[in-house]
Structure formats: C-alpha cells, structure tokens
Design a binder for this molecule. Structure first.
Ligand SMILES: [Zn+2]
Ligand SMILES: [Zn+2]
Ligand SMILES: [Zn+2]
Length: 352
C-alpha cells in the first residue's frame, strides 16, 4: 500500500509513464512461447488437458482435433469448430452449441446426431437444412420424411450442392444475422468496410452522434483526487474523437459519461479517470493480446531479439554443447516482434 501511495498511481501522467515502463519490461523479460497446461503432442495458445490437438486456442479437455476455438469438456475428432464442447464428437465447421455426434456445418445446435446444415436444432437425428427442431428424425428443411425418403432426398441435395459449389462449405456470409463489424470476428480479424464487402459480409454503419461535449479530454484533471462529484454530469469527449487523433477503428462513441459507482471504484483504487470511451478502451485492451495465429520459431534463450536485445537475468545454463537452445515450437509471437520468446524448458529454468 505504501508503494502504491508513493508511486502516485492516481495521476494520469504517471499512469502513462508506468504503461510505457511495463511495455519495456515485457519486451526484455522472457515470454513463455505458449500457455499449454498438461498438453500432449499439441500446439496452440491457452490450451489445457489436450492430446493431439493442433492450431487451437482457448480450448481444453479435447483430443485428436485441429483448428478449435473455445472447445471444452471431452470433445474429440473435431475440426474447424468454435464455442462448442461437452462430449462432442466428429464435428466439422460448427459454431456455438453443445455436444453432438457426426455433425457438420451448423450453428447453435444441441446434442444432434448425423446432422447437416442445421441451426438451433436440439436432440435430433438425421436432419438436413433444418431450423429450430426438437426431438425429430428424418427431416429436411423442417419437413418430415420416412427413412427411405430422407436418404434418397439427402443424396439428391448433396449431389446438387456439389454442382453449385455449396457442398462442404459453411453457410454463406449473406445468411449471417449480424454485420461483420458487430461480431468478435472484427476483434480478432479486423477488416475495413471495403474488404468486408469484397468478402460478402454486411457492415454496420456508425449512427451519427452529436453529443454536446461539456468536458474536452485535455481538461480532465490529471489526478483522481482532483475529481469532484460534478464529473457525473459531464459529457466527456473520447480522446480518440479529439483532433488530431480522430478516426480510430474502435467503433468510437465519441463521448462518454462516468457513473457514480465507477467514480467510487476509481477513487477507492486510486485510478485516474479514463480518457477513452468504453469501446476504445475495449479495443486498446485487445491490443495487449496476441493474435489467433501461430508461427514456427526457435527458442531465443541465450540469443537476441530483432532489436539485438537479450533478456534480463539471462542465466540459462541448462543446455550444453550449443550457444543457444535448439528447441522449436509454435507460438503466437510473430518473428518480427520484439519479445524474447523461450521454450517451456528454458522458461521454467529462468522463473520457476
Ligand atoms: Zn472512443
Ligand atoms: Zn478509439
Ligand atoms: Zn529453450
């Protein structure tokens, strides 16, 4: 507490200084190549209890799978899936749902089996192109068929889709209920309006905002101690909307207000007032995160980064016979980045 008080963290000027020092520290302290906990023959980032899982992120308790994002709880033999899990098996190009067995190309489905191109269907089997079904079997486009009719018609439709090029592809972007820039796709894979249009995605236009700014960003008092309750009545300009910065790609709302609870929190933690609107704050935080992409690289222990920097406290002596560690790995740190990236063994030797 004494340190926090002496560090004067309630000052915005000091806050910027500490952020800059933190960035410098991050560049010179060795980084672990990936966060993998209890992983066997697996690569990705933020994965745990995985076996033979590759190119996957934020995923756990899965095996024999690839290209997963947020899959959990005992799923296996899955490929190209996101926000799924709970004992799912043999899924391909599935987005958001629970369970399922042998399910391909679908969204928000629960516990279906042998299902193709469905949305929001639950506990159903042998269904194709259906919407919102519950406990059904042998249905195509929500119409009930006999087993024989279902199999014959399914075969015909697949043959037709092969001629149109639709077979084997996820639903087209034109069927998405959301515009590209109002989904998390824009956070992980940002596009411009023009490039989104080229790929066939809809785009949500910013609504015109004409807030009457009562407090320009530069007039916010530097220290949280200098903030009175009258701040609750102010319409504060977002720093990214203020010239010459204007025109960020954060869906800036141009202005924001401070709530009573927020002010209490900033005061109790001695945090300076934000200078950005909530959307810009969100995107700034995302800037600290690595991309959903992997590069094959070598351990940099006893080597230098692209700026010629070596790590702080580089005391590694655990490998012998070569000048630097020979280990290779897949990491979310791109080769041109400045961080010094270590393999698990070197990282453990340095810090644990
Ligand atoms: Zn903003
Ligand atoms: Zn911004
Ligand atoms: Zn190493």
């Amino acid at each position: 507490m004494a340190f926090i008080q002496s560090a004067n963290i309630g000052s915005y000027t000091k806050h910027l200084e500490y952020i800059s020092k933190l960035k410098e520290l991050v560049q010179k302290s060795p980084r672990r190549y990936a966060r993998i906990l209890k992983g066997i023959h697996s690569d990705g980032e933020d994965i745990y209890e995985v076996k033979n899982v590759h190119d996957s992120f934020a995923t756990g308790e899965c095996e024999d799978s690839r290209f997963l994002f947020y899959l959990q709880n005992g799923s296996k033999d899955c490929y190209d899936c996101s926000f799924q899990g709970w004992n799912a098996e043999k899924l391909y190009q599935i987005c958001h749902g629970f369970g399922g067995m042998n399910v391909q190309f679908g969204a928000r489905n629960l516990y279906n089996q042998d299902a193709l191109y469905n949305e929001e269907c639950h506990n159903s089997k042998d269904i194709f192109g259906c919407e919102g079904l519950r406990n059904k079997q042998y249905c195509i486009l929500n119409t009930q068929y006999s087993k024989e009719e279902y199999n014959a018609l399914k075969g015909k439709i697949i043959a037709h889709m092969k001629t149109t090029g639709e077979w084997g592809e996820f639903f087209p972007p034109s069927l998405s209920p959301f515009a590209y820039n109002e989904t998390i796709a824009q956070e992980f894979f940002p596009l411009t309006k023009e490039s989104a249009a080229q790929k066939g995605f809809a785009w949500r236009e910013e609504s015109a905002r004409n807030y009457q700014i009562t407090l320009p960003t530069e007039r916010i008092p530097d220290h949280i101690k200098g903030i009175s309750e009258t701040i609750l009545n102010e319409v504060i300009q977002c720093a990214h909307a203020a010239p010459p910065t204007g025109g960020c790609v954060h869906q800036c709302t141009t202005a924001f207000k401070i709530t009573k609870e927020e002010l209490q929190f900033y005061r109790s933690m001695s945090i300076p007032l934000p200078r950005l609107c909530p959307n810009c704050r969100h995107y700034e935080r995302l800037g600290w995160r690595n991309p959903l992409k992997l590069w094959k690289r070598s351990c940099m222990c006893n080597g230098t980064n692209s700026k010629g920097q070596t790590a702080y406290n580089n005391t590694a002596t655990h490998f012998h016979g070569s000048a630097s560690c020979p280990n290779e790995f897949k990491t979310t740190y791109a080769p041109e980045r400045l961080e010094i990236v270590y393999c698990e063994q070197c990282y453990q030797a340095e810090f644990v």
